[in-house]
Write a protein of this length. Sequence first.
Length: 495
Amino acid sequence: MKGLALTLVLALLLSPLISTGAQGTGAVWYDPMEEPRLPQLDVKSMTIGWNGSLMLTFEFYGAPSARNLSVVGNVYLDRLVKGEGVPMGDVKGADYRLVFSVDPNRTACSVERFNSLKGGWDLLAAVCWVKLDGNRIVLRTPNVTAVFPEGRFGVKAYMWMAERDDFDWVTYKLRNQGKAKIDGRLGDYSAPVILDAVGDADRPADYKELYAKDDFYNLYFAIVPVDGLGCDLRGYGARFERFFNIYVDSDQNTSDGPELWDGFLYRCNLSGRTWERLPTRAIYTMNPSLRRKGIAVGRVFESYVYLGPVRQQVVSHGRQFNLSAAVLTRYMDAIPDKGWLVYGEKRLSPSSFEVVGPETDIDMNGDLSGRFKSFGRATGLYRITLGGPAVNPSYNEPIEFVKRGDLFYGLRVGNVTYWSSYSHRDFAVVGIHRAGGGFYVTAAGVTRYGTRAALIWLSENMPLLKEGTYVLSWIDDGDGRVEISEIGVVAFEGS
Ligand SMILES: [Ca+2]
Ligand SMILES: [Ca+2]
Ligand SMILES: [Ca+2]
Ligand SMILES: [Ca+2]
C-alpha cells in the first residue's frame, strides 16, 4: 500500500516535469507557404525537440487528404560528429541522414551515416519512426549518437509530397487518323478516350479527361486538368512537379502490368517552367535534347508515345491494346530553403534584443515592439539595427544593395539581382554577428516592407538561426500585409 502511494506520488511529481520538459525543449521554425494552391502539401513549421533522441514535427498549412498522399522525406543532421560529413553541396557537413516515407499503406524510416572513406551513406541497424497525425508528420530517431559534442547540432529537411490521380484502363483500337499537331490544345481530337472523376484529388492535382489519336506508329495524347497547368510558386527553394504517365498494355492482360510505359515531367520553380520526357529508353538517356521535343504544355498536356516496341503485339491482338494514364503531382519543400537550422542548448531569443533604426522603420513596426527587449533605443550588447545602406552608414554585410536611378531597388547575390516591387515583393539582408560577448544583427530591407519582413522573421525564427548573412524574400499574397508565411530564405552565407 505504501509502495503504491509512493509510486503515485512519484508519478504525479514526474509527469508534469516530463511533459513540460519535452515541450519546453522544442524550438519552432516557420517555413513559408510556397505553393498556395496546395496548402496540404506545404510545410508550415518544423518543431525540433531533443532529449537524447530527436523528435521532429512537420505541420502543414492544410490537412493532407491521406487517400492519395505520399510523403518522402530526407532529414540531414550536422555537427554530431567532429570533422566529418558530406564534402560539398547544400548539405555540406552532414553526418547523419534519416530517410522516411509515409503513404496510405505503410510508413518506413531508416538511419544512415555518412562514410567519409567511401564518400557515401551507410545504412545503420537503428530504425527511426514516423507517423501521419492529422495535419502533422511526427518523426522520432533513436539515439543516433550518445554525445552531443558541441552542445548544438544542425538540421535540414527536404520533403517531397505527392498526390496521384489514376485513369481507368480502356481498350484502344488503332485507327490511323494521322498525326496530331503538338500545341497544347485539343483541336486535333474528337471525344475523350478516358473520363476521370472530378474531385478525386486535391484541385491542382486533379485531372478529368484523356484524349488520344494515332497514325499507326505513334499514339498522340492530351491530358486535361481540372484547374489548369499553371505555375504559381512563391518560394525560392520550392519545386512543383507533375509526372504524366501513359501505359500501354499490349498483351491485353493488365494483371502482368503494362508492356510499354512513357513518362513525362513538367516542372515549375520560381525561375520558370521546363518539361521533358523521362528517360524510359536508352535513346533518351543518351540524348537529352531529344527528351524536350514533341511536348507541349498549354491548356492541356500534349505529347505522343512511339508504339514501335509493341506494335507487332498490338497488330496480332486485332490492332487493339489497353490504355491507361496516371498523373503524379509532387511538391518539394526545403526546410529551411537555404543553410542549416541550428538547435542548441543555448538559443538566442528575440526578447533579449534591443531594436534601433530610423524613425520611419521604428514607427512602422511599433506593433512588434513587445517581442523585443526594447524598441527605438539600445544600451546593451544584443542589438538589432534596422535599415540598409541608405539609412545605416555602418551597413557592412557582404550583400550589395543596387540602385535604379537614385533609389535602391534590389539586392545582388552572386550574379543574380533580385528586384523589389514596392508593397508587393521585397528582399532583405539579415546579418547575425557575435562580437565582444554581444550579438549584433542587421535587418535591412530594400524597402520598408523588406525591413519589416526581416524583423518579423527574426522575431519568430531567431532561436534556430546561426551567425552569418541571410537573404530573405517577401512575396505578398495580395493583402499588402507582411506575414511570416510569405517570408523565405533566398541565400545564406556563413560557416
Ligand atoms: Ca513551406
Ligand atoms: Ca480526377
Ligand atoms: Ca521551404
Ligand atoms: Ca500578406
